[in-house]
Design a protein around this ligand. Structure first.
Ligand code: NDP
Length: 293
């Protein structure tokens, strides 16, 4: 096993794994790669990466093993036949997972003598290797500190969220809850625009302005929600319901898919029915949260 700090294995060469392997090569790391579809390694091998013949060979080569697969079912499929090579390895697992899956994965790795550091990448493939990009990790602090240079080669900014291997997965899924619904709202907006003869480029300035204003809006509500305050002084849920219905009906009139705006209206209606109509729209948190939390 190569425990040198300048040698890394990357398992999984989707867009993310390929970007990570390329960023490591850019910084002079000796990179060993493995991927189910071997041809995805061609460009990396041309740039100096070594293609391992099996996951066990890839794991056996280096102490630091980056894993970037679609999900933990894929991680299990790839690593199960490689268990004899896991002893002493640090698995930098950047595969999306639920917190429970990440904890089970870390337990499984520990059972084979390996340490798992769970990661969450707040970056797209084009952001990998960029100084402003950001990722967070959880699991043993010692492993994070030891492999920090590798992690900082992937994203310029890194954070350790705690010892619990599920924490990074939790923070990642919280981010993705915002990301996917935000992106879906943009796809909805484009569909509605297109039905009215407009292009994505036509609506980009106004939709980007709305998106850019959201961080300030989040900060405003975060403080109030944590204080248990849902004052209807700025916005009222009853107003929100009327507005959400306008969005739904505009989409329905245009003949585009209404699943997303209908789900929004449903939540607002349930909020009003629960007696929050005169409160802020943030009262929906009380409707959505686990009772008593
Ligand atoms: P992809 O799903 O495109 O590819 C990941 C890899 O998983 C591929 O190399 C694929 O192999 C492999 N794979 C899938 N199933 C199996 C299996 N059963 N056995 C063996 N190999 C398998 O993912 P990305 O590269 O886009 O992302 C990797 C991880 O990073 C994901 O968990 C994703 O959620 C996360 N992520 C992705 C971002 C993005 O913008 N793409 C951003 C942030 C995080 P093969 O090539 O043979 O199909």
């Amino acid at each position: 096993m190569n425990s040198a700090q300048n040698a890394v294995t990357v398992i999984g060469l989707g867009p993310m794994g390929r970007a990570m392997a390329a960023a490591l090569l850019d910084r002079g790391y000796a990179v060993t790669v493995w991927n189910r579809t071997a041809s995805r390694a061609d460009d990396l091998v041309a740039r100096g990466a070594t293609l391992a013949q099996s996951p066990a060979d890839a794991v056996a080569t280096n102490e630091a093993v980056i894993i970037s697969l679609t999900d933990y079912a894929a991680v299990n499929a790839v690593l199960e036949p490689a268990t004899q090579a896991l002893n002493g390895r640090v698995l930098l697992n950047l595969t999306s997972a639920t917190p429970e899956e990440a904890r089970a994965g870390a337990d499984w790795a520990a059972g084979h003598g390996a340490v798992q550091l769970t990661g969450g990448l707040n970056a797209s493939p084009t952001g990998i290797g960029q100084p402003e990009s950001y990722a967070f990790y959880s699991g043993p602090r010692e492993a994070f500190d030891r492999h920090r240079p590798v992690l900082e080669a992937l994203t310029g900014r890194v954070d350790h969220k705690g010892e619990d291997p599920g924490l990074a997965a939790l923070h990642y899924q919280i981010g993705m809850a915002v990301f996917w619904t935000s992106l879906l709202s943009f796809w909805q907006a484009i569909a509605l625009a297109r039905a009215n003869g407009l292009t994505a480029a036509d609506i980009l300035p106004s939709t980007a302005e709305t998106a850019n204003s959201l961080s300030e809006t989040f900060a405003f509500y975060a403080e109030r929600v944590d204080a248990g305050v849902h004052l209807g002084d700025v916005d009222r849920l009853a107003m929100g319901l009327a507005s959400a219905e306008h969005v739904l009906h505009t989409n329905a009139d245009a003949g585009v898919d209404t699943v997303l705006p209908a789900a929004v209206v449903d939540l607002f209606r349930r909020g009003v029915a629960a007696g929050y109509g005169a409160d802020s729209c943030s009262a929906l948190v009380e409707l959505m949260a686990k009772p008593g939390k």
